[in-house]
Design a protein around this ligand. Structure first.
Ligand SMILES: [Zn+2]
Length: 488
């Protein structure tokens, strides 16, 4: 891949505030997924003439949370604008949004998100965030190109979106991926949205090669697709330049099935939207007391948490940063390690390894999250104890994960599997060393009478509740006694 540093990328990330109960300007339910089409609508969100929008105060609170979490400067007074455009998903012919020109202000600006790629740190500046309403959802029979008609579902119309606009500071698809990873994490911690829900994220990306016109790739529908779309678009632009063609400023669409971008139209300019202030809503004013209250209620954010985990649990920077990325994983970790008072730095690290390697690997493979399983933080504590006490080997411990995910305790699983013999060399070798040390009298008897070995085997059987494989056990005890010169 080209290592040239001439790619310029800026992102506009639209996220739905899925954790709101109602829409941005009416009291219709925000929860439209899987509901009968056009069952969550009212005159306001279908934009009937004469209907009056009323601001959802919770949406303002959520936006404030995000602004603080992104280290933005909040504009304490602002008003909404009408962004005019004509399209079937917008019944009233305009979208209520915010505008940072013509006397208008964004909700907040000048934020910052720190990213790290291959141990290079970089600060991505957030130009602004603003609130706006989601348009309706278009439903096509089959594909958009071949469908004989378009259905419009207004359940989504009026759902609250926050648009997050970065400065064009990203210089590769990988950096964009890292930025979105951090952004998703921050949003999860604020509790304003569940970005795993289908359709909760839409990204527009501006991409250019230094010195050339940019294109805007619209409606990339998941964070994962962003990296792919960017990669494709950069190659497309470079190939055109190689052939001596000129790039034009245009809007393109990401086709995630064919994995290509397609030209939609030459870019419209802002004047085409005829922004003007929304007269049906009064200006919003936020006071310092409100902002401080929201700030006080915000949970610890991933950056601070990572520093604390390093301090409290002696974790490496790498481990701590990975652990905090998903709040549920980090909560699980802390619940687990704190449930056993005897745990120290060694066990903290072991717990982290089990969670981030074996458990996370299992979840990724099955495309599940912790919440889809019955796994309890204390099961990993037990697992670590069993391994550290030599009751099971790490190799055996790994085979217990499937059953642990169903909520079975380690002792239950071992009991269930108990019919199986312990035939692991390392465990049996350790046990044979143990009994040889613990029963010097029997060992002494072995010098006289080889049959005394049976007594040592019996001791190992007692320790393993009869699960030790007798043949392997006998072989290992004999080896051990020979090593010590007790028998020949
Ligand atoms: Zn409504």
């Amino acid at each position: 891949m080209s290592q040239k540093k001439d790619v310029i990328i800026g992102l506009e990330v639209h996220i739905q505030l899925t954790n709101l109960k109602t829409k941005l300007f009416c009291s219709c339910s925000n929860d439209y997924r899987g509901k009968e089409a056009n069952s969550h609508v009212c005159p306001i969100c279908i934009g009937l003439p004469g209907s009056l929008p009323v601001i959802n105060n919770k949406a303002i609170e959520f936006a404030t949370k995000l602004a603080i979490a992104l280290n933005c400067k909040i504009n304490k007074q602002f008003w909404f604008f009408r962004k005019q455009y004509f399209y079937v998903d917008l019944a009233k012919g305009f979208q209520i949004s915010q505008y940072n020109r013509a006397g208008g202000k964004a909700f907040a600006d000048e934020g910052i998100v720190a990213i790290k790629l291959n141990s290079n740190k970089k600060s991505i500046i957030i130009n602004r965030i603003h609130l706006e309403e989601d348009p309706a959802r278009l439903v096509h029979k089959g594909s958009i190109a071949t469908s004989p008609y378009t259905l419009v579902d207004y359940n989504r119309s009026g759902v609250c979106l926050i648009e997050i606009v970065t400065e064009p500071l990203l210089s590769s698809p990988e950096e964009a991926r890292e930025f979105l990873k951090q952004l998703k994490s921050i949003i999860q911690y604020t509790g304003i949205s569940n970005l795993d829900l289908e359709g909760s994220v839409r990204v527009d990306a501006n991409i250019s090669i230094k010195g050339h016109e940019r294109s805007e790739v619209k409606n990339i529908n998941s964070f994962r697709e962003v990296e792919r779309a960017l990669r494709h678009e950069i190659i497309r632009q470079r190939n055109l330049l190689k052939r001596g063609k000129q790039l034009i400023q245009e809007t393109r669409h990401w086709d995630d099935k064919r994995r290509i971008t397609i030209s939609l139209r030459t870019k419209e300019f802002e004047a085409d939207y005829r922004y003007f202030p929304e007269q049906d809503l009064v200006p919003i004013e936020l006071d310092d007391k409100f902002i401080q209250k929201v700030k006080d209620e915000l949970p610890e954010m991933p950056v601070e948490r990572s520093l604390r985990l390093r301090r409290d649990y002696n974790l490496s920077e790498f481990d701590a940063e990975n652990l905090v990325l998903d709040k549920n994983i980090a909560d699980f970790y802390e619940d687990g390690v704190n449930s056993d008072a005897s745990f120290g730095p060694v066990e903290y690290k072991q717990y982290c390894n089990w969670l981030m390697n074996d458990i996370s690997g299992w979840l990724n493979e099955k495309n599940k999250t912790l919440k889809d399983t019955a796994l309890h933080p204390h099961q990993i504590v037990d697992l670590i104890r069993y391994v550290n006490e030599g009751k099971i080997t790490t190799k055996i411990a790994k085979t217990l994960i499937d059953d642990m995910m169903d909520g079975f305790s380690i002792s239950e699983i071992l009991e269930k599997k108990g019919k199986k013999r312990i035939s692991d060399d390392i465990i049996l070798k350790n046990l044979s060393k143990e009994v040889i040390e613990e029963y010097p009298q029997i060992v002494n008897d072995c010098r006289e009478n080889i049959k005394a070995i049976e007594a040592l085997i019996g001791k190992i059987m007692a320790k393993t509740k009869g699960q030790a494989d007798p043949h392997i056990t006998r072989k290992l005890i004999i080896e051990n006694l020979k090593e010590k010169g007790i028998i020949k």
